[in-house]
Design a protein around this ligand. Structure first.
Ligand SMILES: Cc1cc2nc3c(=O)[nH]c(=O)nc-3n(C[C@H](O)[C@H](O)[C@H](O)COP(=O)(O)OP(=O)(O)OC[C@H]3O[C@@H](n4cnc5c(N)ncnc54)[C@H](O)[C@@H]3O)c2cc1C
Ligand code: FES
Length: 242
């Protein structure tokens, strides 16, 4: 569907959020295929799932660089929503993000709190200059702690360590994580046997709808059977050793 960008927000020097009208039901964790008419079509998680949707894009290469040049009023082509979603209920959650992983977890956190659930959020970034979405989460009443690799804000060290410290002192019904693959594997190692753990993984995507097989990992099409998986399911198939 064609839609026009209604707002562009610069979250940090490498990350921009594009807000647009897209009148379909989207569940937290689902993604869309985005095309600006110039670059490739690329998968992006929905970072806003309400009436005005959003995607939050980190500039890493050719297409995301082109997307970063788009302005309010310009057209985006959106297909989706696609894929599985995070479990969100009135239970108690620990959410763990690494880098732009916070983009797909923020709507889940808001939905959990909206449903009367409890949510602690630990957000990891390389350094203080990369931090974004924290005010948005705190404004929604979510308890957020930050970890940075260099200690320039919050806890010094990996976000998985900070998650471990919280987990040692409190009990949770679910852990949900989104971020770089090495971080997700560490989450799997630490928590999957102790508590219901869900992760959102990335893979190279072309069709987004289960036809081309370009996104397959361990026999799963990430665009259909994922991107949100129960960590234990992937671990049983040897994901940690890959
Ligand atoms: C389900 C899903 C949801 C995603 N959600 C987001 C999101 O919310 N925000 C966001 O910024 N990005 C997200 N991505 C990643 C995004 O699709 C890629 O960064 C983008 O396609 C890169 O395109 P490019 O042409 O700019 O980069 P390219 O020129 O193709 O690549 C540049 C660099 O990025 C790496 N790269 C490319 N694609 C991926 C990928 N899928 N995963 C990891 N590394 C990749 C390449 O290896 C290369 O090092 C998501 C990916 C998936 C599969
Ligand atoms: S992207 Fe084509 S099958 Fe998943």
């Amino acid at each position: 569907m064609h839609t026009r960008i209604v707002e562009v927000v610069e979250e940090n020097p490498a990350v921009k959020t594009f807000r647009f009208r897209y009148n379909v039901k989207v569940l937290p964790g689902q993604f869309c295929m985005v095309w600006d008419g110039a670059g490739e079509e690329v998968p992006m998680s929905f970072s806003y799932t309400g009436k005005i949707k959003g995607v939050t894009v980190k500039k890493v290469g050719k297409t995301t660089d082109l997307l970063h040049r788009r302005k309010p009023g310009e057209v985006l082509r959106i297909r989706g929503p696609f894929g599985t979603h995070y479990p969100v209920s009135s239970k108690k959650y620990l959410l763990v993000s690494g880098g732009t992983g916070i983009a797909s977890l923020a709507p889940a956190a808001e939905k959990i709190v909206g449903r009367g659930g409890k949510c602690r959020f630990v957000a990891g970034f390389r350094n203080a200059s990369e931090i974004f979405f924290i005010e948005r989460l705190r404004n929604a009443g979510i308890d957020v702690e930050i970890a940075t690799d260099d200690g320039s804000a919050g806890f010094r060290g990996f976000v998985t360590e900070l998650a471990g410290k919280l987990f040692a002192g409190e009990s949770f019904d679910y852990i949900i994580a989104c971020g770089p693959v090495q971080m997700l594997k560490e989450i799997g190692r630490r928590f999957a046997e102790k508590v219901e753990t869900y992760i959102s993984i990335e893979s190279l995507m072309k069709c987004g709808i289960g036809l081309c097989d370009s996104c397959s990992i361990l026999g799963y099409r990430v665009c259909r059977e994922g991107p949100v998986f129960r960590a234990g399911e992937l671990i049983e198939k040897g994901w940690l050793e890959e």
